[in-house]
Each structure stands twice: as structure tokens, then as C-alpha cells.
Design a protein around this ligand. Structure first.
Ligand code: AMP
Ligand code: GLY
Length: 431
């Protein structure tokens, strides 16, 4: 039996906590800092994800066997190295790469040069430091619009701009170099625009082995029909029917996943955890848009519903290098997640409205994100408030269950997209 500490506080972590809490191998589950949803699955601890000393102390005090790191920040800051270099904690299993592995997400310039070195398909690019403004402009001129400009480091999902004119591209580069995203944008990547459909693939891996997790499609824009500002994600479906075809998946395995794992090994990077491949499907060929060193949010809320295997068993097999491809069972059912958000997100919004959930009328899983308990009541406390996730025999059924459940969740200024999965349903009906 295992004691598990899960780090993070989003709906992704609530979905992980829910799945972990069903494991026959679980003794105690702790989540830090957690949220009111994770508190329904285990015990929340009030330690910030980046306070490594306090986290190490609690690992020791609570006799934790497995640490699962949800978000990228602590990974990029070296939480795994910090735990594993501690003599007392060296046998603790950490699901999440060390600092070197987390560079796949922590530096876009690193990720791009890694892909180039190992022949992994990605958009043509060059990277520039703030002393190379002129060179950056020259390279821009060699590309066709629209122009894709990325801050090198972590910028809370906001470090990418796609603009139609050279003039706007220039202004954005100036802003980045003058510190719009602090350190993160002192270096930038400029790359070719790829026309296609985005899809998310995931593996759980160690240096030698991996299992492929369910794939998903994320709906990133705030507005229906993919309009308006980018968000953390307004919904997901899994699988990404019509996009993640068997032929495409075969190419993802052979051209992206296996070369990435071989590349990590060749670089001497020992990686134990999740890799999220943000891909563009261009005429059925995969191109890597980005790597993440963690699971996606809100993809996790859909894919956890489709994983039938025991999650702790999978984690232990990963750490002990006993991970065979058949270690994972995945349901053929479809999952759909619709995010309910605070109106105004991803810009300004009001917090503190009471959330009423008619629990007996809800057939979905509700995974909490930006929520808090105030005077004994559940209130909205962030932009993305809850993930409403359902499993169905068909995508239509999964979506219907989520949208019916939403009719029984109420708070002032509640917003959600009504068109999650509609593009896929349309394509399914025309093939
Ligand atoms: P990233 O943070 O790298 O995932 O970029 C954010 C979003 O920008 C992606 O999810 C894509 O929608 C878009 N994007 C990034 N790079 C490209 C590209 N080379 N071509 C087209 N769209 C892109
Ligand atoms: N859903 C996109 C992400 O987690 O980065």
C-alpha cells in the first residue's frame, strides 16, 4: 500500500486525485495545495507547490512513497532533483522529470534544437536573444505570414503571439525583448506557421519504456467556433476522432514519440513522468508544436475517465522499469469535458459568487478548478471554475451528459462554450 502526495491545485489535479483515490493500492492521499474538489478525494495540505523544503519535510513526516507533480512550474524549478538528491528521500518515487527533462517545456529554444537534432518534425524556426533584433527581423522577412513569435521560457501560457503583419510582428518582438514576460522573453523563437488541426498525445515513461495514454482535442479559444482570446482550455474530447486516426497515431509513434525518448536517452536525460506532445496534424502528418513535461489541463479531465488501469500500479511499474505496452487498459468509450468559467475570463472577472450544484441531477464528474470555500459555501475563485466531464458510448452521448449536467450548476456570471466537440461530430457525419 502506498502513501501518495499530489502537487497542484487545478481540475487536472482533482481528476488525478479522483483516479488515485480509486486505486486498490492507495493507503493515504495528500494533495498540496489542492482545492475544495481534491479535498473530497484526500487530505489537502497547505504548502505552495514551489516551497520545496516544506514539501520535502512533509514527504518525510507523512511517509510518502510516491510524489506526483501536476503543474510544470515546480518541475522546471527542479522539485524532482531536490527530492532525489535528499539522502533520506532518495527511494521516493517521483512522477515528473528532473530539471534537465523539464527543459522540454521550460525552454522553447531547447525544445526546438532538440527536435532538429533528433529529426523530429516541427515548424522551421530560428531563435534569437535580445541583442539580435536585426537578425530576428531578417528571418521574419524570409517567412510567409502569419508570423509566430514565442517567448523562450514559461509565461503562463501567454508567451505565444501569432500576428498577420510584419509591423505587428516587429512590435511584439520589441515588447518581448524589453521585458514583457521578464526573463522568459529575453530569448525568443520565431517559426513558420503550420496550417492543420491541433491534437494532444501523452505518454507515461521512464528512460526505457512508455505507455501511450488516450489522446485528446483541446478547445483553447474563449469563444465559440474557436474565436477570441486563447485560454488555458475551454473543453476537451477524447479520443480526437477523425484526427487521431490509426495511421496518424502510427506516425506519431514512429516519427515523434520514439525519437523523442531516444533523444532524451542520448542526451543522458533520465526522464520518469509524463510527456505531453502538442501536435499539429498537417494532412495526416504530425508536427510538434510544443512539448510539455506534464499532463494537459483540461485534457486530463477527459483522459482519466478512459484509463481503466490502476494508476498507482502504473506509476510503480514506471519507476521500477516494468512498464510493458500492455500495462495500460483504455476504454473504447468517448469522454467529453466542458469547462465552466467566470464570465470575463481570460481577462477580468469577479470572484466570490456562490456555486449551487444540484448534485442528484448530475451524471458527470465535476472536477474543481478555481473554487474556494467562503463562509461554508462553495464560490468561484478563478477564471476556469469547474470541468464537467462525462463518459459515453459515443462522443454525442458524452457531450449530451456534460451539457445536461451543466443545466444543474448555477452561479452568477457563469460562462461556457456550447460547441465543444461539434467540429468532430460534423466531420464524423461527413466521412
Ligand atoms: P504553444 O504555447 O507553443 O503551444 O503555442 C500556443 C498556441 O499557438 C498553440 O496551441 C497553437 O494553437 C499556436 N501555435 C504555436 N505554434 C504554431 C505554429 N508554428 N503554427 C501554427 N500555430 C501555432
Ligand atoms: N491544455 C493545454 C495545456 O495544458 O497546456
Amino acid at each position: 500500500m502506498y502513501n501518495v502526495l499530489l502537487i497542484g491545485n487545478g481540475a487536472r489535479e482533482h481528476a488525478l486525485a479522483w483516479k488515485l483515490s480509486q486505486s486498490k493500492l492507495l493507503n493515504q492521499l495528500y494533495i498540496t495545495p489542492g482545492n475544495p474538489g481534491t479535498a473530497l478525494c484526500g487530505t489537502n495540505l497547505n504548502i505552495p507547490a514551489n516551497d520545496f523544503d516544506a514539501i520535502k519535510k512533509v514527504i518525510w513526516e507523512k511517509d510518502i512513497d510516491i510524489v506526483v507533480v501536476g503543474p510544470e512550474d515546480p518541475l522546471v524549478n527542479g522539485i524532482t532533483d531536490s527530492i532525489q538528491s535528499d539522502k533520506v528521500l532518495k527511494d521516493v518515487i517521483v512522477i515528473g522529470p528532473n530539471k534537465a527533462g523539464a527543459m522540454l517545456e521550460g525552454s522553447k529554444a531547447f525544445a526546438k534544437s532538440f527536435m532538429q537534432k533528433y529529426n523530429i518534425p516541427t515548424a522551421r524556426y530560428q531563435s534569437f536573444t535580445h541583442t539580435q533584433f536585426k537578425e530576428a527581423l531578417e528571418f521574419l522577412k524570409s517567412l510567409q505570414p502569419p508570423y509566430v513569435i514565442k517567448a523562450d521560457g514559461l509565461a503562463a501560457g501567454k508567451g505565444v503571439v501569432i500576428v498577420p503583419t510584419l509591423e505587428e510582428a516587429k512590435t511584439n518582438i520589441e515588447e518581448m525583448f524589453s521585458g514583457k514576460f521578464g526573463e522568459a522573453s529575453q530569448k525568443i523563437v520565431i517559426e513558420e506557421f503550420l496550417q492543420g488541426i491541433e491534437v494532444s498525445y501523452f505518454v507515461l515513461c521512464n528512460e526505457e519504456q512508455f505507455v501511450l495514454l488516450p489522446d485528446a482535442k483541446d478547445y483553447k479559444r474563449i469563444g465559440e467556433n474557436d474565436t477570441g482570446l486563447n485560454t488555458g482550455g475551454m473543453g476537451t474530447v477524447s479520443p480526437a476522432l477523425t484526427i487521431s486516426t490509426p495511421e496518424f497515431t502510427e506516425r506519431v509513434l514512429n516519427k515523434v514519440i520514439i525519437p523523442t525518448l531516444e533523444g532524451l536517452k542520448a542526451e543522458g536525460i533520465s526522464y520518469c513522468g509524463f510527456i505531453f506532445f502538442g501536435l499539429m496534424n498537417v494532412n495526416n502528418h504530425p508536427y510538434v508544436i510544443e512539448y510539455n513535461c506534464r499532463l494537459g489541463d483540461p485534457e486530463t479531465e477527459s483522459i482519466m475517465l478512459r484509463i481503466e488501469s490502476d494508476l498507482i500500479e502504473l506509476f510503480v511499474k514506471t519507476a521500477k522499469k516494468e512498464l510493458t505496452p500492455d500495462a495500460i487498459q483504455i476504454s473504447n468509450d468517448c469522454a467529453a469535458t466542458v469547462i465552466i468559467a467566470s464570465k470575463g475570463y481570460p481577462e477580468k472577472f469577479d470572484k466570490g459568487f456562490e456555486i449551487i450544484v444540484e448534485q442528484d441531477k448530475i451524471q458527470s464528474h465535476l472536477f474543481y478548478a478555481g473554487t474556494a470555500i467562503k463562509d461554508g459555501r462553495l464560490v468561484n475563485n478563478g477564471g476556469r471554475v469547474m470541468a464537467v466531464s462525462s463518459l459515453g458510448k459515443t462522443l454525442q452521448e458524452a457531450l449530451d451528459i456534460s451539457y445536461q449536467s451543466i443545466q444543474h450548476i448555477h452561479f452568477e456570471n457563469m460562462y461556457y462554450r456550447r460547441d465543444i466537440g461539434q467540429d468532430i461530430l460534423k466531420r464524423l457525419n461527413t466521412v
